[in-house]
Design a protein around this ligand. Structure first.
Ligand SMILES: Cc1cc2nc3c(=O)[nH]c(=O)nc-3n(C[C@H](O)[C@H](O)[C@H](O)COP(=O)(O)O)c2cc1C
Ligand code: SF4
Ligand code: SF4
Length: 352
């Protein structure tokens, strides 16, 4: 039976998209028809079960030691297998120190998705991480163009070798090399899923350099940016994929480090201290009453979340005032010239 290939992918800044392209090109060179599907441009409800016995692939960046929620939800709702084989890949935050290529960390990204697909009846034939440059520029300046080029050409060979083996019908489980470290860091992925990603979603803002071109709004893969008070406003749908920040033509999107630190201090030293004092004054929790303790803890979390939602809304409103806007701009590390954006250019990729 003739093999056909479908690869579903999510990509913020283009790393995962390029891996998909390298894989599909390898297939096409062998006359294997390859369909690449960007899940951000696809209506999940219209996804049909893959043709019987076709090969299916999923490729996505790693976010907080897991696949981003958009990819996770997609896999959770993906149709059941009709005798299909599946391979899973994640792109990670690769670095290059001197001559050494330093890998990123996957956590549960491949394992959880593989388990879900196994339960849906798929046969897992490949698990591979690809260490393309880190795009997380809220935390570090974008990797230099020369290093990006070097990491890309290193990873292209790795991807093509992996693709060739999979297309030859072999099984490749390179990800097993990392399983111990992946399991050790897996608890962090839970913290990122429930807390970290929401904090990060609220770290972006548009400076006065924004000319309201709406490019960020139109290109967001999960339609997370709204227009509020005639300026971009980041909603909780944001996956922190970094596409908007890296591609704003006016370099008008910054990470609000000052605001994030301020709100953390407010919560840890102010509001939550008051909350625990209030609990202590009015409610006596009998020792050993686990349910009462759980109730108070949950209330604490709900309060924290409510403060965060409200404060981002107030913050966004206050950014209209020039002095306040300048203060937050001043406390954003991403404003410095040396804090490069991450944009692997198509010309650079094409010439590798
Ligand atoms: C919010 C966020 C979280 C990330 N978490 C991880 C991680 O846990 N492990 C890792 O190796 N890389 C992590 N990265 C780096 C990206 O996974 C990596 O740069 C990826 O290749 C980006 O792919 P893309 O260009 O297709 O979006 C993270 C990046 C962002 C923006
Ligand atoms: S892409 Fe930049 S300039 Fe355009 S609307 Fe978004 S923040 Fe403003
Ligand atoms: S708002 Fe920006 S960072 Fe968030 S998902 Fe959309 S493009 Fe990515």
């Amino acid at each position: 039976m003739e093999l056909s290939l479908q690869i579903y992918f999510f990509s913020g800044t283009g790393n995962a998209r390029t891996v998909v392209q390298w894989f599909a090109d390898t297939a096409l060179k062998r006359n294997i028809p390859a369909e690449t599907i960007d899940i951000a441009k696809t209506d999940r409800k219209k996804i049909q079960p893959p043709p019987p016995h076709s090969l299916v692939g999923f490729v996505s960046p790693t976010h907080g030691f897991n696949y981003p929620p958009a990819m996770m939800y997609f896999i959770f709702r993906f149709p059941r297998s009709k005798g299909n084989s599946v391979f899973l890949m994640n792109t990670r935050a690769g670095l290059k120190l001197s001559k050494w290529f330093v890998p990123g960390l996957s956590g549960i990204a491949l394992w959880l998705s593989a388990l879900v697909l196994l339960l849906k009846g798929y046969r897992i034939v490949g698990l591979r991480s690809i260490d393309l440059p880190s795009n997380w520029i809220s935390f570090h300046p974008g990797v230099k163009e020369k290093v990006v080029e070097s990491i890309y050409s290193h990873c292209k060979g790795i991807t093509i070798r992996f693709a060739s083996k999979i297309l030859d019908g072999k099984k490749v489980y390179t990800a097993f090399r990392d399983i111990i470290q992946d399991l050790l860091i897996s608890p962090i992925s839970i913290g990122y899923f429930f807390v970290g990603r929401f904090v990060l979603a609220k770290s972006f803002y548009a400076t006065s350099a924004c000319d309201k071109c709406d490019i960020c709004i139109d290109n967001c893969p999960v339609k997370a940016i709204l227009t509020v008070d005639a300026r971009p406003f980041w909603s909780y749908r944001c996956e922190s994929c970094m596409r908007c920040m890296n591609n704003c033509p006016k370099r008008a999107i910054e990470t609000a480090h000052g605001y994030i630190i301020g709100i953390m201090c407010l919560l840890n030293m102010g509001i939550m201290v008051w909350f625990w004092q209030w609990v202590g004054n009015f409610v006596t929790i009998p020792t050993g009453n686990g349910w009462a303790k759980l109730g108070v803890t949950l209330t604490g979390w709900i309060l924290t979340f409510a403060v965060m939602v409200l404060s981002y809304r107030i913050y966004h409103y206050l950014l209209r005032i020039p002095g306040i806007r300048d203060f937050f701009y001043f406390t954003s590390l991403t404003r410095f010239k040396f804090w490069r954006r991450y944009k692997p250019s198509r010309q650079m990729i094409a010439k590798i």
